[in-house]
Design a protein around this ligand. Structure first.
Ligand code: ADP
Ligand code: MG
Length: 341
């Protein structure tokens, strides 16, 4: 109770005691990129078009679809279109494919907006040529109209200022850090290198994220998963401990054992510290709870009587009993004053 309370004070909401106990044994932390390591508020960087297309035409089509999406990338595309005062078209048969992109019809023309893999899977032509013209390690959103790639939009999603220190502290705590993202490998790799993340897996869809956690769990690793729930709620629920960003989706917060109110990974570091401190405290308390009985019971039973003529006065016994409870309570309350950075 003191541990959970202390966590709440620091903006780390721990669902129950079991979560706090499990956290101590976690040796691997799997982290989602967008919205967890990065700010999750992407900015449009550049719009690239093929031969006969205007930047605004492509942006207008993409924004019309993204207006119906909940993805942060969709939001940034929509905002850019608004900034340029482009009117949106009405969209029929809209469909969002989590972790890949969106699909819909404008004037009976099929529009696809999303990853290169997504568009290729939907049989769009001309993706490879476009892919080859991408120079930087950026998140790239491709757009196809009637099965033909017409251009792409690159977006930049900066790493949260608080992330590098959190990763460093996690390493210091001996926790292995793995990044799991739906984004392309180039962007994923560039973020991972900057942050010195141990392992990276890119192009991972939500179901594969969950399968990845399941697989590592069966390898007897104790896994925590941190995410914002945009497409990792299932993985969060599967992990031994799910850590949701308070800035993320409600599903994530619902399914996770730990919620970081500030949406900052340093909260995860606090949670690990807190659980280790709490578990150490619990072990000390077990010692206090047993030591009085261990010493007192044999004396009370007359173990020392034959040699020393010593018995335990029931009044002293009850004082000892109370002291054992008091020492446990006061030791637990000490947790309130621990300094966790
Ligand atoms: P992460 O796993 O890093 O949180 P997501 O799984 O949310 O990333 O997204 C993976 C990729 O899928 C994005 O980088 C983007 O290319 C594409 N994508 C997902 N949703 C959309 C959307 N609404 N519009 C355009 N692209 C999208
Ligand atoms: Mg995400």
């Amino acid at each position: 109770m003191v541990g959970v309370g202390k966590g709440a004070e620091m903006g780390v909401l721990i669902k129950n005691a079991e979560v706090l106990e499990k956290l101590e044994r976690v040796n691997t932390l799997v982290i989602d990129k967008t919205g967890t390591l990065t700010e999750g508020k992407p900015k449009i960087d550049h719009i690239h078009t093929t031969a006969n297309w205007q930047e605004n035409a492509i942006l207008q089509v993409a924004a019309s679809l993204e207006a119906l999406s909940e993805h942060p990338i969709g939001l940034s595309i929509l905002q850019e279109a608004k900034k340029r005062a482009l009117p949106l078209s009405s969209v029929n048969a809209f469909q969002a494919v989590t972790g890949f992109g969106v699909k819909g019809f404008i004037d009976e023309k099929e529009i696809l907006v999303g990853t290169a893999e997504f568009l290729k899977e939907m049989h769009s032509k001309g993706i490879e040529e476009l892919q080859n013209s991408v120079k930087e390690a950026l998140t790239v959103i491709f757009i196809a109209i009637q099965g033909q790639a017409v251009g792409y939009i690159t977006v930049k999603d900066p790493i949260k200022a608080s992330t590098p220190k959190a990763i460093e502290d996690l390493h210091r705590l001996g926790v292995k850090v793995i990044m799991l993202t739906g984004d392309n490998i180039e962007t994923a790799q560039s973020v991972a290198t900057k942050l010195q993340i141990d392992e990276v897996y890119a192009g991972v869809n939500p179901l594969d994220k969950q399968a990845f956690i399941q697989k590592h769990k069966s390898e007897k690793k104790v896994i925590a998963m941190a995410g914002d729930g945009m497409n990792d709620a299932a993985a969060l629920a599967t992990a031994d401990v799910g850590i949701a960003m308070g800035t993320g989706s409600d599903v994530a917060i619902e399914s996770a054992g730990v919620t970081l109110v500030k949406g900052d990974l340093n909260g995860a570091v606090l949670a690990f510290h807190l659980s280790r401190n709490t578990m150490r405290n619990i072990h000390q308390n077990l010692f206090f709870a047993f030591i009085y009985n261990l010493l007192g019971l044999p004396i009370a039973a007359g173990a020392l009587y034959p040699v020393f003529g010593l018995l335990l006065n029931p009044m002293i016994a009850s004082v000892a009993m109370t002291l054992s409870s008091l020492s446990v309570i006061f030791n637990a309350l000490r947790l309130k004053s621990i300094k966790v950075r």
